[in-house]
Design a protein around this ligand. Structure first.
Ligand code: AMP
Length: 223
């Protein structure tokens, strides 16, 4: 049975960490629009330049660009049995665009996406964001405050250099929260009304959140 997962949560709520763990265990591709956009920026393309002008302001990149990237990605062969969407959709307009894409790619199935909402108090989030580092080679995510690394510049998994995202400053983080609360948070009600939503307490330790997440998935699949 095809399985589709959508993850919604404020910046720093730990979606990236959990969705990567889920992808490694279940084998579904992890599709993270933030990383896809950062790749576009790094390529130096005109679209990347346009995207960057919104990203550095903590705003949503125009829907036309994001929809194009997502549609191309979901049409790839590795999404046939399912996928994990991390950070998309982020507005009711994007949710409507996704509905259209899914209508097309799922026309022969009766798949209903599972949506997980990561609930966490905002005060914890700013602290998580400014202490977040990621590996420039393998993408592993670290928190300098909670992880107590011997060398704060080196990935313990692959030895790659740890970097801080340009938008993980307190100033841009505040703007990203505003964008989240104004544009993304309304999706919670939208998906709740459809009966697709599961709320998870994202203030818990990483392993506990993952146990709750996979437990909820098993319950859905077996029900
Ligand atoms: P993230 O890595 O998920 O924190 O995303 C980083 C930035 O990429 C966001 O602040 C937005 O500027 C942009 N972005 C990521 N996903 C989307 C999306 N679905 N729609 C529009 N912009 C996005």
């Amino acid at each position: 049975m095809k399985q589709e997962f959508i993850f919604i949560g404020p910046p720093g709520s730990g979606k990236g960490t959990q969705t990567k763990m889920l992808s490694a265990e279940y084998g579904f591709p992890h599709i993270d629009t933030g990383s896809l956009l950062r790749e576009e920026v790094a390529s130096g393309s005109e679209e990347g330049k346009l995207a960057n002008s919104f990203m550095e302001q903590g705003q949503l990149v125009p829907i036309e660009l994001v929809s194009k990237i997502i549609k191309n990605r979901l049409l790839k062969d590795d999404c046939k049995n399912g996928f994990i969407l991390d950070g998309y959709p982020r507005s009711t307009e994007q949710a409507a665009a996704l509905d259209e894409i899914l209508k097309e790619i799922d026309k022969d199935t009766d798949t209903v996406p599972n949506v997980f909402y990561f609930e966490v108090d905002k005060t914890k989030l700013v602290e998580r964001l400014v202490n977040r580092r990621s590996c420039s080679v393998c993408g592993a995510i670290y928190n300098l405050k909670t992880m107590n690394l011997e060398d704060e510049t080196k990935c313990t998994k692959c030895g790659g250099k740890l970097i801080r995202r340009e938008d993980d400053t307190e100033e841009v983080a505040e703007k990203r929260f505003t964008t989240y609360f104004n544009q993304t948070a309304p999706l919670i009600e939208l998906y709740e009304k459809r009966g697709w939503l599961t709320k998870l307490d994202a203030s818990l330790p990483i392993d506990t959140i993952y146990k709750n997440l996979t437990g909820a998935i098993k319950t859905h699949v077996n029900s």
